[in-house]
Ligand binder design. Structure first.
Ligand SMILES: [Zn+2]
Length: 198
């Protein structure tokens, strides 16, 4: 995947107008910190149709690279063969723009995404609902973790104490198979973590 912009053929999901746009398919956030905000807000992935004004979400392959954090996030719907990463890098495959933003939020909060997936697994079971949780933020006086999930067409929130993170971190650190499986370019998501509890 090349750096910078690339011509992409797109079609408006509302009126069907075809167009060709310039899409930035990779961002190095240390070179372009202003683009990081556009990734986090989702603005980078929105194309407004000049015909009808519909805001289309662009589901195109995208590479997020943060050299300072040694982090690469690859957004793609295609199968990816595991690739070698530079020394000390964390590489993640994500399947949606929402998952991409979630990963950035996790790593920006200084948290381990494997531990977060376990926290989500535990929290989901405590909720007793078959929902897909997303990490939203770490904050407040007690460093609570807030997760979101969709229910009845609305976004719900659930907060979990930081002690859950510490407990889950202990479990992950005692599980060499889990740590090993998280190396390389991997999709660390609810399906991934559930394999360890089968
Ligand atoms: Zn349109």
């Amino acid at each position: 995947m090349g750096m910078g912009g690339q011509k992409e053929k797109v079609v408006c999901s509302s009126c069907g107008r075809p167009d060709e746009i310039e899409f930035r398919n990779s961002v190095d956030v240390s070179a372009s910190p202003e683009l990081k905000e556009k990734v986090k807000s989702g603005e980078l992935f929105v194309w407004t149709c000049p015909e009808c004004g519909n805001a289309n979400l662009l589901n195109l392959p995208f590479l997020y690279h943060d050299p300072a954090e040694r982090l690469m996030l690859l957004l793609t719907s295609a199968p990816v063969r595991s690739e070698e990463l530079p020394e000390g890098y964390t590489g993640r495959i994500v399947r949606s723009i929402g998952e991409l933003i979630e990963k950035i939020n996790i790593f920006d909060s200084g948290l381990d995404d494997v531990v977060i997936e376990m926290c989500k697994y535990v929290t989901r079971h405590e909720l007793g609902k078959d929902v897909r949780l997303k990490f939203f933020r770490l904050g407040g006086a007690d460093s609570e973790m807030t997760f979101t999930y969709p229910e009845s067409g609305q976004m719900q929130m659930v907060a979990t104490g930081f002690n859950v993170y510490e407990d889950c971190a202990g479990i992950v650190n005692r599980n060499p198979d889990m740590k090993k499986a998280a190396r390389g370019l991997v999709a660390v998501d609810p399906d991934w973590i559930s394999r360890f509890f089968a």
